[in-house]
Design a protein around this ligand. Structure first.
Ligand code: 13P
Length: 300
């Protein structure tokens, strides 16, 4: 019933529904496109629909608005935020820019528009290594996720990368000890990890990538047992695409409370009442758009 209503409203409102891989299964199932932050930002920009319902967290919807200001971008739950994105203080960033005026400032897409506007280029977990390799400047400041930053440092040793100290509280809960104990039980366990995980987890992993890259890796390879070291939302798509493989989660703690706020009723009401529409200050949007477009160009 609710699903039918959502489909009807979607047609009436000329809308597209996007869902991040961490969303609830029922939201993933009604979305037109499901994916990681980078993929969804590209879909949002390329779509000819006038309205986009972004089932994710605020910085994702905000990025879509900045890249496509002519579209109506809706975030179904107003307070679906990202604690990692909140770990940058604007004044501190401005001071850091003065101190390191010779550096290229690279920010993760998990940041506010204001932070993006103060940086040179945005990256996501799927393109950070590629983009940082392509930046000419040797000196880079990367913010805010220290784990993704360390991961990039390992892969791009030729750069001098200065890190911020932010982290994702959900990925931080994923423990090496739990994974090792499961590996004792299941000897052929293949560990697939998001780069927001801590170093000790990354070190015992077989593959490190974005949510989409993790899903693609598990789908293309032919192992039987996979441990998925990221937010547990990706398990739904993994099981749908790979019904004969086993997927294990790293304990019961890797659930992002913000990603799980969006329910079907919120998507329905978002379409019905056109809420909550994203607006970005024009000046800030101009600066943030430059940094986001630099990402799209360098990721090609
Ligand atoms: P990706 O969307 O790049 O996989 O990263 C997940 C994430 O950190 C969302 O907050």
């Amino acid at each position: 019933m609710m699903i039918e209503e959502i489909k009807k409203l979607k047609e009436e409102k000329d809308a597209l529904i996007l869902a991040h891989n961490y969303q609830r299964p029922e939201v993933i199932d009604i979305a037109d496109f499901v994916g990681d932050s980078f993929y969804l930002s590209q879909v949002a920009k390329g779509s000819d629909k006038s309205t986009i319902v972004f089932c994710g967290v605020d910085f994702m919807a905000e990025s879509a608005k900045i890249l496509s200001p002519e579209k109506k971008i809706l975030l179904p739950v107003k307070d679906a935020g990202c604690p990692l994105a909140e770990m940058v203080d604007i004044d501190e960033l401005k001071k850091f820019k003065e101190k390191h005026s010779d550096a290229t400032f690279v920010c993760y897409i998990n940041t506010s528009a204001e932070v993006k506007a103060l940086c040179d280029v945005v990256v996501t977990s799927s393109n950070a290594v590629k983009i940082i390799k392509r930046i000419e400047n040797k000196k880079i400041v990367f913010l805010p996720d220290k784990n993704l930053g360390e991961f990039v440092k390992e892969r791009v040793p030729e750069k001098n990368i200065i890190l911020w100290t932010g982290f994702c509280p959900t990925h931080r809960k994923i423990s090496k000890e739990y994974i090792l104990s499961l590996k004792e039980e299941i000897k052929d366990l293949v560990v697939l990890t998001h780069p927001e995980c801590e170093r000790d987890v990354r070190e015992i992993s077989d593959f490190i990538g974005s949510t989409k890259e993790i899903i693609d890796y598990a789908t293309k390879t032919n192992y039987k047992n996979y441990l998925i070291a990221t937010e547990e939302g990706v398990i739904h798509t993994l099981k749908k695409l790979n019904p004969n493989k086993n997927f294990y989660i790293p304990g019961l703690t890797a659930t992002c409370p913000n990603m799980k706020k969006t329910r079907l009723i919120d998507v329905y009401e978002s379409l019905l009442y056109s809420r909550y529409e994203i607006h970005v200050d024009e000046e800030i949007a101009k600066g943030a758009k430059r940094a986001l477009e630099n990402m799209l160009m360098l990721a090609r």
